[in-house]
Design a protein around this ligand. Structure first.
Ligand code: HAM
Length: 533
């Protein structure tokens, strides 16, 4: 193949809004995650691992049909995407019979037959294997498509000059509709957050039968199609904790926040500020929302398009607005604190008292309404320095009605939070978190010369690793200078040299690379020496 016909090599890069977390950073990530495992365990939280894919409906119902997450940011797909069955279905949906005018009769007939036959065969097979359900739409396709296809084939027989748009278009559009309606699988998505998944798992595994409130936590990637910027990614990570069960005692809210603050202290996050609010419940919030809507209607002209839209869809979210020109207007709006019912007010007061008992400093922020629909009563957020405009490192709140809404027992209460791990890492890095101390580093580089030395080196490497040392063993022999140069570049603390002399004498030469101090030792002496360093 000549060079001009060679396919151009493509260099791939990670897709928009996602990134690689490189080994130079993973030490800090592991430290953060390990500390969460340790601290959360001391508060009796237990880890749950959840799938990153869920039914899209789960989030539409919980996070909210009108929320930004569901309307704009979901990565969704069909369960049967890219299977042959789905490909055949898509081929039908996207083809246009009018194009048959450009081809011969034989090609047109073959094309109609192959499109429909392949789809029907695959559909029949999937039904027989139980891979898809025999829904009324699937039955309609299995019966209707052959009928429409025969009509279409008959119309084609008249020859290209006679083919009218309606002769071809009507049956083909019907075939397309039938194929489209089969809706082969479920609409799936990559999870944008973890709370709905935790609740789904709680219900699915009957955890409401466990004694008391169940404390769960999980960590992993979440996906939202947001406009990427510093601290905002399309694949980002959360450390998420939830408390589910019969009790909504304010002490639960306070202890959850206490755990969070203990955790932030343990990872040495400086300057974290806790903001709290209560957004009421289904008894008092609707009246407040209507009052707010009314006030917002009066100032509608002064608001930007997003806030104007939210007057109808979700007036509370206007309070979230960061638009400069709206701030003075928002400050004058009625505040939820003045509209809480007596139960919500008592709950909120007790949460604050209990935070006080635990010595936790907080600021009240009446505009903290949060962007997910499931919240009620307590909401909270924690900001950290060094993050620019995306400065929320954690968000959370109470969601007492969610379990019931997702099909679980009515009386179940819930509260939780999610820490944005990426942002926590960023904030710690901005504050100069020292990664190097957390990296284990390379204890020993074994430079071996000759076949006998390699055999000895393989055994020595295994035993040193078993003893917990980090060992690099070159796979191929190198010249002495190159091997030692390599050890230096890898920042090994020691080079162990194994040549003919060492093999003959049954010792190793160990060189401390910081000061080039060199000595010959037996293996037990080497072990003791490395341990003493
Ligand atoms: P959220 O406020 O949407 O709440 O997200 C929690 C945290 O995740 C944010 O404070 C932020 O640190 C981080 N985060 C969110 N989106 C991004 C992004 N695109 N890039 C980087 N970090 C991001 C929830 O997700 C709720 N499920 C929290 C919760 C748990 N409420 C009750 N239980």
């Amino acid at each position: 193949m000549s060079s001009s016909t060679q396919p151009k090599k493509r260099q791939f890069q990670s897709i928009k809004g996602v990134r690689d977390i490189l080994p130079s950073e993973t030490a800090l990530w592991n430290h953060i995650e390990n500390t969460a495992h340790e601290v959360f365990a001391t508060f009796c939280f237990r880890e749950i691992r959840l799938p990153v894919m869920e039914n899209i409906e789960l989030f539409a119902r919980s996070v909210g049909e009108e929320s930004d997450i569901v309307t704009k940011e979901m990565f969704s797909f069909e369960e049967y995407g890219w299977t042959p069955l789905d490909t055949f279905r898509r081929n039908i949906i996207s083809s246009n019979p009018i194009d048959y005018r450009k081809v011969s009769l034989t090609i047109a007939v073959d094309s109609v037959k192959s499109h429909t036959d392949r789809f029907l065969t695959a559909l029949n097979e999937a039904v027989e294997l139980g891979e898809i359900q025999k829904t009324p739409e699937v039955i309609a396709a299995l019966q209707g498509i052959p009928k429409q296809r025969d009509e279409l084939l008959q119309a084609l027989q008249c020859g290209p000059n006679e083919w009218s748009d309606s002769d071809l278009g009507v049956p083909w559009n019907e075939i397309r509709r039938l194929a489209r309606d089969t809706r082969l699988g479920e609409q799936l998505c990559l999870r944008p957050e973890a709370t709905a998944s935790v609740v789904r798992a709680y219900i699915e595994h009957g955890m409401h039968t466990l004694p008391g409130n169940v404390k769960l936590y999980c960590m992993g990637p979440m996906f939202r199609r947001e406009r990427p910027q510093k601290g905002r990614y399309r694949q980002f990570y959360q450390i998420d904790a939830e408390v589910l069960g019969p009790s909504d005692a304010p002490g639960i809210d306070a202890e959850l926040i206490e755990m969070l603050m203990v955790y932030f202290e343990r990872v040495q996050l400086q300057g974290a500020t806790l903001y709290i609010n209560s957004i009421g419940d289904k008894n008092c919030r609707p009246a407040y929302v209507e009052r707010l809507r009314g006030e917002l209607q009066n100032v509608r002209d002064k608001l930007g398009p997003d806030s104007q839209r939210r007057i109808e869809t979700n007036p509370l979210r206007v309070l979230d607005s960061k638009v400069e020109g709206e701030q003075a207007i928002i400050e004058k709006l009625p505040r939820i604190a003045e509209h809480l019912c007596s139960d919500c007010r008592a709950h909120y007061e007790e949460v604050k008292r209990q935070l006080g008992l635990r010595g936790i400093a907080f600021q009240e922020n009446w505009r903290l309404v949060r962007g997910l629909d499931y919240y009620m009563r307590t909401t909270f957020e924690i900001t950290a320095p060094g993050l620019g405009s995306q400065n929320a490192v954690c968000g959370g709140g109470r969601y007492d009605g969610l379990v019931e809404m997702l099909g679980g027992p009515a009386a179940t209460k819930g509260i939780g939070f999610a820490i944005g791990t990426d942002r926590l890492v960023l904030s710690l890095q901005e504050a100069g978190a020292d990664l190097s101390v957390r990296q284990s580093g390379l204890d020993v580089y074994i430079a071996w010369f000759g076949a006998a030395a390699q055999t000895m080196a393989i055994g020595l490497a295994r035993r040193l690793r078993d003893a917990g040392f980090v060992v690099e063993l070159p796979a191929a022999e190198m010249k002495f200078g190159k091997a030692l140069g390599f050890a230096d570049r890898l920042k090994a603390r020691h080079a162990v040299i194994l040549g003919e002399d060492e093999v003959a004498a049954g010792v190793v030469t160990v060189k401390r690379l910081a000061d080039a101090k060199q000595q010959k030792l037996t293996e037990p002496e080497l072990n003791a020496y490395l341990r003493s360093q």
